[in-house]
Design a protein around this ligand. Structure first.
Ligand SMILES: [Zn+2]
Length: 282
């Protein structure tokens, strides 16, 4: 799937106040130059970020130089190695608001940091994958596929933040605008993107995720899946992307799971993996 720059479209259409892009040193100059050619201001920083802590160039893009530098200043504090949870929550909120994310979603993200990263409940000892915790916090029986932010690694997303709930109206307002821009500027790719985002997705406490298949008695759009599923497969970038081996192993062990009314995959360990049935509303 060609990479649709959903955020870039939103920024250039005036729907976003800023962007933060993480790139390798080779492509960073090209990305910066491309945004400058659109008349945007760019600020750069170097840091080790992401799951693998590789050196990356952080590119902050905004309509004015002052706004681009403001984004960089907000994240600068987050890159300090010994930052407290309190400061991390404060500056994460600051960065999120400067990037134009909805206040309710930014507040929910900051609250999870204060609770203790990876904790499902305040006071828990066990830590889990942050996406799993966020998906558990934001779980609703009929999540809206336009808020599916769990396939960013597979380059499928409309929004680039974690919604406070998977039916958050403020997040949906942004997702709807971006979906319109995708149809306008990348109409050939839009159906592939929608197909990926609209599949029922399970995520486990390690962050492993799988697309679940409905059984013959579950029709898409007929409400959330409950009972036994027909199978599971690791998500991949369509049409022929390589799946993550950890996702493949989990998909295999979840492939005949039973699902309760709150989307828990039963018999798959605790805390139970969670189904986000993005096809329930179709
Ligand atoms: Zn929200």
């Amino acid at each position: 799937m060609p990479n649709i720059d959903t955020e870039g479209l939103a920024l250039r259409a005036g729907h976003k106040p800023g962007l933060r892009i993480s790139a390798d040193t080779i492509s960073a100059q090209d990305i910066a130059a491309r945004y400058q050619s659109f008349g945007c201001s760019v600020a750069l920083a170097h840091a080790r970020v992401g799951r693998d802590r590789r050196p990356r160039v952080l590119i902050y893009v905004a309509p004015t130089a002052q706004a681009a530098i403001g984004l960089r200043a907000a994240e600068h504090h987050l890159l300090e190695p010994h930052i407290s949870d309190r400061d991390r929550a404060f500056f994460t909120r600051e960065l999120g608001l400067r990037l134009g994310f909805p206040t309710c979603c930014v507040d929910a993200f900051a609250a999870r940091i204060l609770r203790g990263s990876g904790h499902l409940h305040a006071g828990d000892r066990d830590r889990h994958d942050d996406d799993f915790v966020a998906a558990s916090d934001g779980w609703v029986a009929r999540p809206d596929w336009r808020l599916n932010s769990l396939l960013m690694r597979h380059r499928a997303r409309l929004i680039s933040f974690t919604p406070c709930r998977l039916d958050c109206p403020a997040a949906l307002a942004q997702a709807a605008i971006i979906l319109g821009l995708v149809h306008e500027h990348a109409s050939a790719t839009a159906p592939v993107l929608e197909d990926m985002l609209k599949r029922p997705l399970a995520i486990g406490p390690t962050g492993a995720r799988a697309w679940l298949r409905r059984g013959a008695d579950h029709q898409a759009g007929a409400g959330p899946i409950t009972g036994t599923i027909a199978g599971a497969e690791a998500p991949r970038e369509l049409p022929d992307g390589a799946p993550d081996p950890d996702d493949v192993a989990h998909a295999r062990s979840w492939s005949s799971a039973e699902i309760d009314a709150s989307g828990h995959l039963l018999g798959c360990g605790l805390p139970a993996p969670r189904l986000l049935d993005f096809a329930a509303l179709r």
